[in-house]
Design a protein around this ligand. Structure first.
Ligand SMILES: NC(=O)c1ccc[n+]([C@@H]2O[C@H](COP(=O)([O-])OP(=O)(O)OC[C@H]3O[C@@H](n4cnc5c(N)ncnc54)[C@H](OP(=O)(O)O)[C@@H]3O)[C@@H](O)[C@H]2O)c1
Length: 230
């Protein structure tokens, strides 16, 4: 069993990771968060993690912790999978810098479906004279807006169509885990590409699969797309 440390173990995503860890051959010795979690040792700060208890780190906490998490993984040479959204451009750059020393993977959406949808967007380049817009819906507790996934899809969309698209439309309500739609609107026809996360577990499953893959990679900054072609 490989040893996994979960940053944000006491959160919603942390709970899903803990449920799936064993069936993915991971033992979770330590988690980071301020609340206690049954069955694991919790520490309230990344600096209190014991390197000998960790083979790989998965972070589903908040951007406030991202700098410390990256610094700890680099100092202790541990691979890092981060699903934290709402990170700044400087923090994205820190992930690239970390890739000089460790294998790191950051993805604002860990589902296989979004990784494939992002690839499909390239086909939209053939739609001349169309307008495009992304729409996203999430539960009312989600902090960042538009979602990290919508911004990621926007980047792929704009690269495909060769022009800027309007800012994604963000809707918050209820318990929605994440719906993303890409609209392509012509005068006589429309195309809608939609991804719907039916539960939160799909993201945890993707992160655990990415962590398993990342442990055998050389230092570098990877994307979920890299794991698809592996
Ligand atoms: N990439 C993806 O596929 C994906 C999917 C879903 C969510 N996300 C992202 O993952 C992140 C977590 O989402 P979530 O819904 O699980 O959030 P959440 O339930 O609010 O969990 C946040 C976690 O971070 C911990 N935390 C926050 N501030 C802390 C601090 N100062 N010190 C120590 N621990 C701290 C919390 O611990 P305490 O509560 O114990 O303080 C908790 O364990 C968000 O950025 C979200 O957007 C990404």
């Amino acid at each position: 069993m490989k040893k996994l440390a979960i940053i944000g173990a006491s959160g919603r995503m942390g709970a899903e990771l803990l449920t799936l860890a064993a069936e993915n051959q991971f033992a979770v010795a330590t988690g980071v968060g301020r609340k206690q979690v049954d069955g694991i040792t919790m520490v309230d700060d990344v600096s209190k993690l014991n390197a000998s208890d960790v083979d790989v780190v998965i972070d589903f906490s908040l951007p406030e912790l991202t700098d410390d998490v990256i610094a700890w993984c680099v100092a202790n040479k541990k691979p890092l999978v981060s699903g934290v959204t709402g990170i700044s451009l400087e923090q994205k750059k820190r992930f690239s810098d970390a890739g000089q020393t460790i294998a790191a993977l950051w993805a604002p959406n860990m589902s296989l479906g979004i990784a494939v949808l992002a690839r499909m967007l390239n086909e939209l380049r053939n739609l001349k004279g169309f307008e495009f817009q992304i729409e996203e819906l999430h539960h009312k507790r989600k902090k960042d807006k538009p979602s990290g996934t919508a911004l990621f899809l926007q980047e792929k969309l704009e690269a495909a169509i060769g022009e800027e698209a309007p800012e994604p439309l963000a809707i918050r309500g209820g318990g929605i885990f994440g719906i993303h739609r890409v609209w392509a609107m012509g005068e006589e026809e429309t195309i809608t590409l939609e991804h719907n996360a039916i539960n939160r577990r799909v993201f945890a499953r993707g992160a655990l699969k990415a962590a398993r893959w990342l442990m055998s990679q050389k230092p570098g900054l990877y994307t979920l797309n890299d794991t698809l072609t592996a």
